[in-house]
Ligand binder design. Structure first.
Ligand code: ADP
Ligand code: MG
Length: 331
């Protein structure tokens, strides 16, 4: 009886031992599979990251494909579809850049055409100006009051036309080359007075009076030709966008560092949302008010003032007034 118990115990111990060995072997195998899977998943992550950073030649390797066939197939087809899309985007980009180039060429052709046309227009307009001056100087005989008035009107529209043509030509020149300033010590006061005198006949046509105040009479370094262009543009705008029979106020003042030329007119004003566009090339509301406009005047003026390292800013109140302020350093 005692022996039988010992034998059963031994058999039991053997079974237990065998089970332990079986479990140990199984554990070792599972661990091996687990480590292998981790390695494969790491390699898969590496492949995905490589694709993420642009290597579209990367594919999931065979070892992973054998172990995780569905996952590998999904990842590979995802990469294929990225490649297809990438090709499509490249095709679109090529197409787009071709279209942009064609548009640029058309834009250049258009600008060339406008510049040539404007240049050719300038010749008869200037001839007309000379003829009008001859007539007004009575070289072709005496004139009665009505004839003189009509000729003065013609002379003013001719002057506006000359300004318009010059703005277009100067803007075109600006596209071709950078503004090269010819800086000279200039009496700003005299330059403003001279420009106002030139603009007065145009202002008179709309019964607008140009008034001028100054508290600065020193010279500063400027390009006379370009600065006169800016003054003319701003004064012409002030006249154009004024209420009839109102005034255009021009003022020249200064602080320690800068001079400020302020040109104020009284009219519709410029709305807040419009302010950010007025210096854009071709931005104009002139047609709305049945006036002639190119939308180039402020664009050109701003470029000229920037070339002088100054700035233009605007203060405006709806239906009341607009002030353009030019700030230039006293060098
Ligand atoms: N003094 C002003 N008062 C009101 N609006 C102005 C004034 N000056 C300019 N603007 C606005 O800015 C636009 C652009 O001016 P500008 O570049 O000189 O072009 P254009 O005079 O040919 O229209 C004008 O069409 C107008 O809408
Ligand atoms: Mg203008």
């Amino acid at each position: 009886m005692h022996n039988l118990l010992v034998i059963v115990l031994i058999v039991l111990l053997c079974v237990l031992f065998a089970a332990q060995i079986y479990l140990f072997v199984k554990y070792r195998r599972i661990k091996k599979i687990h480590l292998r899977n981790i390695k494969l998943l790491r390699s898969l992550t590496k492949t995905i990251n490589s694709v993420r950073y642009g290597n579209l030649y990367e594919r999931v390797n065979d070892e992973i494909s054998q172990t995780f066939p569905n996952l590998a197939q999904s990842v590979n087809s995802m990469i294929e579809s990225i490649v297809d899309r990438e090709d499509m985007i490249k095709e679109y980009q090529n197409d787009l850049s071709k279209k942009i180039n064609v548009l640029k060429e058309i834009e250049e052709l258009k600008e060339d055409f406008v510049a040539t046309l404007t240049h050719d227009l300038k010749v008869p307009i200037l001839a007309e100006k000379n003829m009008l001056n001859f007539l007004l100087d009575k070289r072709f005989g005496e004139l009665n009051e009505k004839q003189t008035e009509a000729l003065l009107h013609l002379k003013n529209s001719n002057k506006e036309l000359v300004e318009l043509v010059e703005i277009i030509l100067e803007t075109y020149k600006l596209n071709e080359t950078k503004i090269e300033l010819n800086l000279e010590e200039t009496n700003v006061n005299s330059l403003i007075e001279e420009t106002i005198e030139e603009m007065k006949p145009i202002a008179d046509t709309d019964s607008i009076q140009i008034k001028y105040w100054t508290e600065f009479d020193r010279k500063i370094k400027l390009d006379k030709f370009y600065m006169k262009r800016v003054l003319k543009n701003l004064i012409l705008n002030a006249i154009s966008f004024s209420n009839p029979s109102s005034a255009v106020d021009v003022a020249l003042c200064n602080d320690d560092k800068n001079i400020y030329i302020k040109i104020t007119n009284y009219g519709k004003g410029i709305k807040k949302e419009e302010l950010k566009h007025v210096f854009d090339k071709y931005y104009t509301t002139a047609k709305k008010f049945r006036k002639v406009g190119t939308g180039l005047g402020l664009y050109l003026s701003n470029k000229i003032i920037q070339a002088h390292k100054g700035r233009i800013f605007i203060e405006s109140k709806d239906h009341e007034y607009t002030t353009f302020i030019m700030e230039l350093a006293i060098n």
